[in-house]
Design a protein around this ligand. Structure first.
Ligand code: GLU
Length: 443
């Protein structure tokens, strides 16, 4: 039997049966299917472009998909079997780039969608990468540190046929962190016989990580939020902000927004949330969580549910949790003036229509959360040149790339008279299509 965590006990009759032959069917259908949503966004953007049908058809599909099933020795000496994926959507512009996600919710369709978004994100930022994503069906919180290390080293070995500093470079995503990247870097290096820091980004700085990488995604969210506020004529010091998700992205974005003078009035995490109309100090909430507390039992604040936070009357709604949070079921109740998509794919295409009709300014995911992969790129460049920059330089380079991309999205939105997401994707897809045609179709 495959249980809900995607785990097959060894010796299970399904072990040599259907489970090993084909990927699990995706249980998520319709508006909840991330790949269907990514494709719907793609079709919309592509309809504005005059591309060859074959180019469009190529970009609809991942270039290659690896599905792996592997055993891990648990602390109680049992062997458990896990499923993982690594999907390359496009490698036209360079090595494929994208995070690795550890979550019980991982499906092949989700990984396909996220890989496609990585292609657009890297193209939009003008960094020389294609798009990829990986995932393992596991709740990392259920494993001990030793188990997590064994799982990571085995998964890294399984996907090492694809991975490499010139071919495919993973990074952290939901459920993974710099330590997991360190294990991947070490495993790959052990197999090669020498250290290869550039095989993975988001590593600890001690082993070739970049200064500023850990907070880069949240920093990018806050920087793009500030730009959107400027465009909408709202003073950041008078802006009210609600933050869904208090992981690495949401917590850093909240902290930097607060440092910019904005009033962070609400924060939620997966277990619940808090509201204070006078403003919360995100750094104090971060400390509270680090000391073992939960967001929802932070003192001097009222409780708030996720759904209440999403529909709060505020200037900026930062969605930094999961995909498919803003759907046709709640989009018409959203009152924020600006939505900053810290997460990948937080808004469904159905919700997009509703939000656009309401005139809400969306900072699309491939722009809003691109700070992470941008500093990943800077990390990879530093690893390859074996020369490292101070954090000030990293942040300046990040800021310059982000603002250039932001400007080009605004210009494209004006030229095509389309909402921001469509504009961002039009730009990205056109760049990939141009690269495909210049390279030519082999053979
Ligand atoms: N997982 C992050 C993202 O979705 C970062 C990817 C990377 O740095 O390669 O953009």
């Amino acid at each position: 039997m495959v249980d809900e965590h995607g785990i097959v006990p060894i010796g299970s009759s399904e072990g040599s049966g259907s489970f090993f032959r084909s990927p699990l069917p995706d249980r998520k259908q319709g508006e909840d299917n991330a790949y269907a949503n990514a494709l719907a966004q793609f079709e919309k953007a592509v309809s504005h472009l005059n591309l060859k049908r074959g180019v469009v058809e190529t970009l609809r599909h991942p270039k290659r998909e690896l599905s792996v099933t592997f055993p891990v020795l648990m602390d109680n000496q049992e062997v458990r079997v896990f499923r993982g994926y690594r999907v390359h959507h496009s490698a036209v512009k360079g090595p494929t780039k994208g995070g690795i996600r550890y979550s019980k919710e991982v499906t092949l369709d989700e990984v396909r969608a996220l890989a496609m978004l990585m292609t657009w994100k890297c193209a939009l930022m003008n960094i020389p990468y294609g798009g990829a994503k990986g995932g393992v069906v596991v709740d990392p919180k259920e494993l001990s540190t030793r188990e997590l290390e064994r799982l990571t080293r085995r998964y890294a070995t399984e996907i090492s046929v694809l991975m490499g500093p010139e071919s495919d470079i993973p990074a952290p995503d939901m459920g993974t962190n710099p330590q997991v990247m360190a294990w991947i870097m070490d495993t790959y290096s052990m197999h090669r016989g020498f250290s290869v820091p550039a095989v993975v980004t988001g590593k600890p700085v001690e082993i070739g990580g970049s200064l500023g990488r850990t907070e880069a995604t949240g920093r990018g969210v806050a920087e793009t939020m500030r730009e959107a506020l400027r465009i909408r004529g709202i003073d950041p010091e008078k802006a009210t902000v609600a933050v869904q998700g208090f992981g690495n992205v949401g917590s850093v974005a909240a902290r930097i927004a607060y440092e910019m003078g904005a009033k962070v009035v609400a924060i939620t995490c997966s277990k619940g949330g808090i509201f204070n109309g006078n403003g919360l100090d995100p750094q104090a909430v971060i400390r509270h969580v680090e000391e073992g507390g939960c967001v929802y039992n932070f003192p001097n604040a009222d409780g708030i549910s996720n759904e209440e936070l999403l529909t709060l009357d505020c200037d900026v709604l930062i969605v930094a949790a999961l995909e498919n949070q803003i759907t046709s079921r709640n989009a018409d109740k959203i009152r924020a003036k600006i939505i900053a998509e810290g997460a990948n794919g937080p808004t469904t295409p159905e919700a997009d229509e509703i939000l656009n009709a309401k005139g809400i300014f969306i900072i699309p995911d491939i722009l809003c959360n691109s700070g992470g992969v941008t500093v990943s790129y800077l990390e990879w460049v530093q690893d390859l040149q074996s020369f490292f920059w101070p954090v000030e330089e990293i942040n300046l380079k990040l800021q310059a790339l982000l603002m250039k991309a932001f400007e080009s999205v605004m210009e494209c939105a004006r030229i095509y008279n389309v909402p921001n997401r469509e504009a961002a994707q039009i730009l990205a897809i056109q760049r990939i299509a141009d690269a495909m045609m210049i390279r030519g179709i082999y053979p």
